[in-house]
Design a protein around this ligand. Structure first.
Ligand code: AP5
Length: 227
């Protein structure tokens, strides 16, 4: 598919370690700008739950806090990107995570006449991530994310977005797995900050600020690159 330069859909990348707030911010940007959040973590968890061959291979790696193979993740992302709802623009949350994935994305976008509008790096201290991840829960019904301290659900424990009453915690949010996930981030994903700086599309945001403040800062970046 070739896309007219004037109408090509926006492609935003959110880079950041586990617990940086990628998912929280991607959902807010999705609502505000009408873009679609594509989380490879969510896509992989769905594949695991569905028991697909890719999901079966991914499960052990995810449980151990490592990165799933590039082949599996790239195939899953390619399939999702081809769906109709992605044609208005996407926010990539958790992809790419390796240089191989970044190059595969460059190739894919080049083949469809698209480009990356911005790669936004969420800057957080390692210490904050453990606190954020250990307090995290997710609505089983609508996927809205919460935090025991920073973004609690309603007083009766239900979801403020849909009223759902089941809030779940992720299997890979145990302290020992979080340490492995952080290690994988620093070894394999952090180098992408330089990759996108070299490509001239990198912007950094202070993600230690409160959720609403980060959302404001990110909205300004997005506004400036999609208009
Ligand atoms: P994935 O699901 O992508 O997990 P992650 O990158 O580790 O990121 P998280 O979802 O843990 O954190 P987040 O940055 O989205 O933070 P959140 O907004 O929830 O990946 C899981 C696994 O899948 C990987 O380990 C890997 O195995 C595999 N995988 C996925 N993609 C892959 C790929 N491309 N290649 C290979 N393998 C892949 O926020 C966290 C908490 O903090 C929430 O409770 C939130 O309410 C709170 N919070 C958010 N912002 C703030 C703030 N500013 N102040 C205070 N609290 C905040």
């Amino acid at each position: 598919m070739s896309v007219d330069v004037m109408t090509r859909p926006a492609v935003l990348i959110l880079l950041g370690p586990p617990g940086a707030g990628k998912g929280t911010q991607a959902r807010m940007l999705q609502d505000k700008f009408g873009l679609v959040q594509l989380s490879t973590g969510d896509l992989l968890r769905a594949a695991v739950a569905a028991g697909t061959p890719a999901g079966k291979q991914a499960k052990a790696v995810m449980d151990a806090g490592g990165l799933v193979s590039d082949d599996i993740v790239i195939a899953i992302l390619n399939d999702r990107l081809a769906e109709e709802d992605c044609q208005n623009g996407v926010i990539l949350d958790g992809f790419p995570r390796t240089t191989v994935q970044a190059k595969a994305l460059d190739d894919l976008l080049a083949s469809t006449g698209q480009r990356i509008n911005a790669a936004i790096s969420l800057k957080v201290d390692d210490g904050a991530m453990v606190e954020r991840i250990s307090g995290r829960s997710t609505c089983a019904n609508c996927g809205e994310g919460y935090h025991d301290t920073f973004k609690p659900p309603l007083a009766d424990g239900s979801c403020a977005n849909c009223g759902g009453t089941e809030l779940t915690r992720r299997a890979d949010d145990r302290a020992e797995t979080v340490a492995s996930r952080l290690e994988a981030y620093h070894a394999q994903t952090a180098p992408l900050i330089a990759y996108y700086a070299d490509a001239g599309v990198l912007t950094s945001v202070d993600a230690m600020a409160a959720i609403e403040q980060v959302a404001n800062d990110m909205s300004k970046v997005v506004q400036s690159v999609i208009s």
